[in-house]
Design a protein around this ligand. Structure first.
Ligand code: SF4
Length: 310
């Protein structure tokens, strides 16, 4: 039995039953892909259906205001993703929004990976994911899971770094079967990555053990686990604050969303227990201004609200 038959057989019996795996609608697949960036699947599941009820298609989402999508995204974090998703819908539907640098022509839903990549907000991974799952094209969306599993399975690299991505792409004929269900292989790999081929893999029970060049290395017990697989991005932080600014921005948005309209000077003590107006006021104002620039808030006089006219 070859590698992929083995993997797909295991996947058919053990794969996760996820709603976005039961559709080929690019809209639904894009929603799931953007939601799952920085969010766990269990949490994404809660929001996915709710989002689709409120915004069932490109047109409905394209018409939504910034305040609408920010409210609908409440609880998911990384709120810029909500605006980005709406802005992608606008590009597809052809709505001209002030947030775009230039007006967009009326486009249809892209039908190739290259056409997806032309949209602002769609990176190489997302373009490949939509092409694989919605368009069933033979392409590999490479994220940390796919990199880890394929690095181990194809090349015997126990802890692959991002530099291996080009090698994986250059070996797509080894990474994906030529015919049949090549579009299911990435989903099967995602599941293998969360059940067996984790950071410290459980090769002894892995269905790929007999065909994987890394299995014996791990089973020998001689592989050293690196502390950090990928360097974490450095996040901006104010003074001696406990968290990066991103956490405080999330709290500011939550406070405004829950209260409708708030005074700028009431925000600091609510979002930061150690707030000291003499040294932290300008920091709060700078974050609010940045969020206003990103289309998440409106700051007029001394009042902060969700954006009114976007
Ligand atoms: S045998 Fe081990 S290293 Fe190979 S795919 Fe399975 S869990 Fe990963």
């Amino acid at each position: 039995m070859n590698l992929w038959t083995r993997l797909l057989r295991w996947y058919d019996k053990n794969g996760r039953d996820l709603p976005w795996r039961k559709t080929r609608d690019p809209y639904r697949i894009l929603v799931s892909e953007i939601m799952l960036q920085q969010t766990q699947v269990s949490r994404g599941l809660i929001f996915y259906d709710r989002w689709l009820q409120q915004f069932p298609d490109w047109k409905t989402l394209a018409k939504a205001s910034n305040a609408d999508v920010i409210k609908a995204w409440a609880g998911l974090g990384y709120n810029r993703r909500a605006l980005m998703l709406r802005d992608i819908a606008c590009q597809i539907v052809g709505t001209n929004r002030a947030v775009f640098a230039r007006p967009h022509e009326n486009r249809a839903v892209p039908e190739t990976e290259a056409a997806w990549r032309e949209l602002k907000g769609i990176g190489p991974y997302t373009a490949a994911a939509i092409s694989a799952f919605a368009l069933r094209q033979r392409t590999l969306p490479i994220d940390t899971n796919i990199r880890r599993v394929l690095g181990r399975l194809l090349f015997g690299t126990t802890y692959p770094q991002p530099t291996i991505d080009d090698k994986i792409r250059a070996n797509v004929d080894r990474a994906l079967p030529k015919r049949g269900r090549f579009y299911d292989v990435p989903q099967a790999i995602f599941d293998l990555a969360t059940t067996h081929c984790t950071k410290v893999p459980t090769c002894a029970t892995c269905p790929m053990r007999t065909v994987c060049p890394s299995a014996e290395k791990f089973l020998s017990g001689r592989v050293r686990v690196p502390k950090q697989m990928v360097k974490k991005a450095v996040e901006s932080k104010h003074r001696d604050k406990k968290f990066p600014d991103r956490i405080y921005r999330g709290r500011i948005l939550k406070h405004v969303r829950e209260n409708g309209s708030v005074e700028i000077d009431e925000i600091g003590p609510v979002v930061d227990a150690g707030f000291d107006a003499t040294v932290d006021r300008d920091w709060i104002i700078a974050m609010v201004r940045r969020m206003e620039k990103d289309g998440m808030l409106s700051y007029l006089g001394d009042r902060v609200t969700l954006p009114k006219n976007l």
